[in-house]
Design a protein around this ligand. Structure first.
Ligand code: AQP
Length: 338
């Protein structure tokens, strides 16, 4: 089976942007791929964080992923810091990654612009990401659109390493992104992408009442000042795309007709959307509540996932060390050491 890898930061509550852009796709892909899904806590410490909160968020993220439909019998779900080979490979990759490639990354510029002091870890974030993916020799990475540039960098890293240390037969694949139709969900402000660190989100586990309080004031097509004003769905930055993600094709057609014909006001349109979001999220929330009551079981699943991931990671690192002459105990370069 083809192998996929993807990760998510425990930097806040899983939101519907993460869910639609990535996690829903992971759930679908786990059946036909050898799949590794990682809670990337080393990435999450590249911005301000509190240790106790990080610990809690890591388990909460696992609960949200399992409740969304990741099945440990079909895929490996694990925490990045349980597999130290991620940081080892990241260091190695740092030595073959041109600085200029990192400085031009849009996400770095964006997050650096929002930080008082910029740490080297933020710059090196995509190198760690390349290590995450390549450690599992994954060639497909289901992600949202914001990660496409980082994946380009992963391909540069793979190519650089192969050229230098495996010129005859490339060892690392050049991983490609796998996007969903909902590759970029806008935040509730209607401008920036929905993002944990901006806080313009609808959380996957928020109650229907809380979700309604967030949806009600959301900006729509500015031409619709009154219910009788005709609108254009394409100019509605949040509600229309969310209808396309959560509502049936028939409802989406109805939304388009009733917006253009001013038959529905924006509040009516939002109420229909709200009902459809609740219909999809409430069963996930019920499963999450069951898992929250069993923290020891969640921890065990993660520990098991860490062991399964580490078995693969060790093989890759052994090969890399051997190819680079990094294992001092190996007297000849003929074989990988365990
Ligand atoms: N708004 C979005 N629309 C579609 N996909 C999205 N993803 C994130 N935001 C959107 C996808 O979710 C996966 C996990 O993302 P992440 O947590 O690793 O990092 P991120 O992309 O930086 O997500 P956030 O929410 O913006 O987190 P912070 O604010 O902590 O950086 C990825 O596949 C991503 O593409």
């Amino acid at each position: 089976m083809p192998r996929i890898f993807s990760g998510i930061q425990p930097s806040g509550e899983l939101h519907i942007g993460n869910y639609l852009g990535a996690v829903k796709n992971w759930v679908a892909l786990q059946h036909a791929h050898e799949s590794f899904f990682c809670i990337v806590n080393y990435h999450a410490i590249t911005i301000a964080f509190a240790p106790d909160e990080l610990r809690r968020r890591t388990r909460d993220m696992a609960i949200s992923l399992l409740a969304s439909g990741l099945d440990p019998a079909k895929c490996v779900v694990f925490v990045q810091s349980d597999v130290p080979e991620h940081t080892e490979l990241a260091w190695i990759f740092n030595t073959i990654t041109p600085l200029g490639e990192l400085e031009r990354q849009v996400q770095f510029k964006d997050k650096a612009g929002r930080s008082e002091q910029v740490m080297a870890g933020l710059l090196n974030y995509p190198v760690l990401q390349a290590a995450d993916i390549l450690l599992y020799l994954a060639d497909t990475v289901p992600v949202g659109e914001d990660q496409v540039q980082h994946l380009e960098l992963s391909r540069v890293v793979a190519r650089n390493w192969n050229t230098r240390f495996s010129p005859d037969a490339p060892y690392f694949p050049e991983p490609q992104p796998k996007l969903t139709p909902t590759r970029r969900i806008a935040g509730l402000d209607g401008q920036a992408k929905m993002s944990k660190s901006i806080g313009n989100t609808i959380g996957l586990l928020e109650s229907p009442d809380a979700i309604w309080e967030k949806l009600r004031p959301v900006v729509t097509d500015p031409a619709r000042q009154r219910k009788t004003d005709a609108g254009e769905p394409e100019k509605c930055p949040v509600i229309y795309p969310l209808h396309k993600a959560f509502s049936s094709p028939e409802t989406v057609t109805q939304v388009e007709t009733n917006c253009r014909g001013a038959q529905w006001g924006c509040i009516e349109c939002k109420k229909v959307l709200h009902a459809n979001i609740a219909a999809e999220l409430v069963p996930i929330q019920t499963r999450a509540a069951e898992l929250q009551a069993k923290p020891a079981m969640v921890d065990e699943l993660l520990a098991d996932g860490g062991q399964r991931a580490r078995a693969v990671a060790r093989e890759t690192i052994a090969h890399v060390r051997d190819a680079m002459g990094l294992d001092a105990r190996t007297s000849s370069p003929s074989g990988a050491t365990a």
